[in-house]
Design a protein around this ligand. Structure first.
Ligand SMILES: CC(C)(COP(=O)(O)OP(=O)(O)OC[C@H]1O[C@@H](n2cnc3c(N)ncnc32)[C@H](O)[C@@H]1OP(=O)(O)O)[C@@H](O)C(=O)NCCC(=O)NCCS
Length: 156
């Protein structure tokens, strides 16, 4: 685990692909996501419980999506995702990326529980989670402005 190295995982208009270091670093340099969210690619190169994918639209890199805090014994992981530029949001790419990731996690990795934590005010993030079958299971322990979403896969 760390950086995804498999074949492109095509889903609707996008594909989850093997990250290219040069492309990721160029995209992150101009991405308008929080600075705190720009370190996932770097961390993925050393953390074994993180699996990082690039989100590609044709040959263009538009975002990142990853499983983190993966526990293969418990068959569960957390999910994070970002479409790098505002102009590329709201076009269905986030939903497609999360759909592809869920399919890979449940069918290829054998996970059966995915968890996502998002801010109460992040309607787009909540919406794509719901569209991909996640359920709101309440506030996060980390604070009342954070909500936890969960999707269960096949029962082991
Ligand atoms: C969250 C994010 C990944 C979603 O990706 P995306 O490509 O914009 O999402 P999609 O276009 O697939 O879907 C967005 C959905 O949210 C809805 N939405 C967007 N902004 C919204 C808002 N302010 N209020 C309500 N719904 C909103 C859209 O209408 C759409 O739902 P619909 O298809 O039912 O109309 C992307 O917006 C992003 O990267 N944001 C910045 C980083 C971030 O917040 N990451 C998540 C941290 S938990």
């Amino acid at each position: 685990m760390a950086l995804y190295t498999g074949l492109p995982l095509e889903w609707d208009s996008i594909a989850l692909v093997k990250p290219n270091a040069g492309d990721v670093s160029a995209a992150l340099a101009t991405a308008d996501i929080a600075e705190s969210q720009k370190g996932w690619f770097e961390q993925a190169q050393s953390l074994e419980d993180l699996l990082y994918f690039s989100v590609a639209l044709g040959t263009k890199l538009v975002g990142q999506i990853f499983l983190h805090d993966m526990d293969l014994d418990q068959h569960e992981a957390m999910v994070g995702y970002h479409i790098f530029d505002a102009e590329k949001r709201g076009r269905g790419y986030g939903t497609a990326a999360l759909g592809a990731l869920c399919h890979y996690a449940f069918h290829e990795l054998g996970l059966d529980r995915l968890v996502m934590i998002t801010e109460f005010e992040n309607s787009a993030s909540q919406r794509i989670a719901e569209k991909c079958g996640f359920l709101n299971i309440g506030p996060a322990r980390e604070g009342p402005d954070l909500i936890v979403y969960e999707r269960l896969g096949t029962v082991r």
